[in-house]
Design a protein around this ligand. Structure first.
Ligand SMILES: Nc1ncnc2c1ncn2[C@@H]1O[C@H](COP(=O)(O)OP(=O)(O)OP(=O)(O)O)[C@@H](O)[C@H]1O
Length: 246
């Protein structure tokens, strides 16, 4: 299947009328898709709606061809999710946390826990209490838990939020490695455009709850913009003008 994520004209508004409006996006197999936008643009709302944590007011969302609203289990069967800060049982070791996550998938080989620990670089500290982990280590533990079932699609909300440079680089390298070696498809949100530029092949720009531009990074730049930052500033300016005239 080519299109793994199909979001079609989705609106989700909170009582205060904030949220997302009429968002359409497609993620294809093998993409590292970056959902970019400043704080409050609507990235988390979109991701939560996509994985059934909140319900769309309008529009359709399909994952692997299955509608999230009507066929939730089939839609989510091959999806791993890390939305907002990773939650771990702080009094348990990192390893125990992952063993607990693995119990949801009885068919997984026992060595999968070792594999994901290795992938996220937590093998050496696996027996330490998760409560003692640094923020970066907690994020990586959350990522390991999201990856435990070998999902074909990983949806990660701000995975580098609050991380220092080293932590950020580690997550980025991990994403690239999984995309390359395990053919994992990614949908990643961030408010850091440089991060997106280094990691993603496709990008969607969310502004004020709307998708204002979507496409292959290389094609979006089209020789007109030196960086995604320039493209973003241009698109936001255009959007503001269009809205002022609407
Ligand atoms: N539960 C809620 N009730 C009311 N408004 C909300 C709720 N959650 C989010 N919002 C509002 O909806 C808008 C989009 O928020 P969202 O968290 O999706 O943005 P975001 O792009 O993920 O930003 P951030 O990076 O800060 O999380 C914001 O204006 C936010 O204040």
């Amino acid at each position: 299947m080519d299109k793994i994520v199909e979001v079609e004209a989705v609106t989700k508004l909170y009582r205060n009328r904030r949220g997302i409006r009429d968002v359409t996006l497609n993620v294809r197999q093998g993409d590292v898709y970056g959902l970019f936008g400043p704080n409050g643009a609507g990235k988390t709302t979109l991701m939560k709606t996509m994985v059934g944590l909140s319900r769309a007011d309008k529009g359709t969302i399909k994952l692997f061809g299955h509608d999230v609203t009507t066929h939730y289990e089939q839609a989510m069967a091959r999806v791993g999710v890390l939305i907002e800060t990773a939650e771990a049982y702080e009094y348990m070791s990192g390893r125990k946390n992952l063993e607990l996550a693995a119990r949801m998938y009885p068919e997984l080989p026992a060595k999968r826990v070792d594999e994901v620990l290795e992938l996220v670089g937590l093998t050496a500290v696996q027996h330490e209490r998760a409560g003692k982990y640094s923020l970066g280590m907690k994020q990586r533990l959350g990522l390991a838990a999201a990856m435990i079932s070998k999902p074909e699609l990983l949806i990660l909300d701000e995975p580098t939020n609050g991380l220092d440079i080293e932590g950020t680089v580690q997550i980025r390298e991990l994403v690239k490695r999984l995309a390359r070696e395990e053919r994992t498809t990614f949908l990643i949100s961030s408010h850091l455009i440089r991060e997106m530029e280094l990691m993603c092949n496709r990008i969607g720009i969310v502004h004020d709850g709307r998708m204002i531009r979507e496409g292959v990074c290389r094609e979006l730049l089209e020789g007109r913009f030196a960086s995604l930052e320039e493209l973003y500033m241009h698109e936001v300016e255009q959007d503001r003008r269009a809205m002022a005239h609407a």
